[in-house]
Design a protein around this ligand. Structure first.
Ligand code: HEC
Ligand code: HEC
Ligand code: HEC
Length: 137
């Protein structure tokens, strides 16, 4: 990374690659989007029971809103002691960063980090919340 200008361009290209699908295939090639893995033990177990791989909410929503969702979960638990999240399908989840999100996404390096590094985002959560032990590469 030579200068701040380059960083800005990389970040902008990242956003376009992820959120601007019309541009995705053209620009994405110069700056290959990361391949995310959804093959952790908890996700495979969920698939076995429910027939498909699913997140708490649909993928497109998660992609754009997971930061706000995590803030809402934290506020709900810390301020209101309410730990039950009912999703758009009427299914309940325990609002826990470590025991819910990171249980399924236990491959933090191949998932959260991969996307964040690509886009230059650095969440500061791991100083306090324990990162999952990587279960597989
Ligand atoms: C039951 C397992 C499970 C739980 C719990 C879970 N996820 Fe997911 N997550 C998945 C799966 C599977 C996908 C891919 C879904 C698909 O392909 O439709 C996914 C997709 C995502 C995506 C979008 C990835 C992309 O390709 O753009 C994000 C971001 C995400 N999850 C973050 C979270 C966060 C944050 C939490 C906690 C609030 C969470 N997940 C909880 C299984 C889970
Ligand atoms: C598909 C790409 C992608 C994946 C996968 C992803 N994130 Fe993110 N995440 C982002 C983007 C983009 C932002 C910045 C959004 C913004 O600044 O508005 C972000 C921001 C965040 C933030 C807020 C950080 C801040 O400083 O504002 C948190 C917390 C976060 N992500 C947690 C997670 C966790 C935990 C996972 C894995 C379970 C995850 N993310 C997976 C793309 C992703
Ligand atoms: C200074 C330490 C600290 C940092 C940094 C921090 N947290 Fe927390 N977080 C806590 C504490 C303490 C609680 C309360 C735990 C409880 O009551 O179960 C909490 C609770 C939560 C909860 C709800 C309870 C649970 O079990 O998950 C969520 C969700 C959460 N934090 C997400 C985040 C995210 C996302 C980040 C990064 C953007 C973050 N936190 C950064 C200390 C921290």
């Amino acid at each position: 990374m030579k200068n701040a200008g380059t960083i800005v361009i990389v970040v902008v290209v990242g956003f376009v690659a992820f959120f601007g699908f019309p541009f995705y295939y053209n620009i994405g090639k110069a700056n290959e989007a990361p391949k995310l893995k959804f093959d952790t033990p908890a996700i495979l177990e969920w698939e076995k029971v429910n027939g498909k791989k699913e997140c708490v909410e649909p993928k497109e929503f998660m992609r754009g809103e997971h930061m706000q969702m995590l803030n809402q979960w934290r506020d709900s638990v810390v301020r209101n002691a309410d730990r039950v999240y009912v999703n758009s399908q009427g299914r309940s989840f325990t609002m826990s960063f470590q025991n819910t999100c990171m249980n399924c996404h236990s491959n933090k390096k191949d998932f959260c980090d991969k996307c964040h590094n690509y886009l230059g985002v650095k969440p500061y959560c791991w100083g306090c919340h324990i990162a999952p032990k990587e279960k597989q590469s």
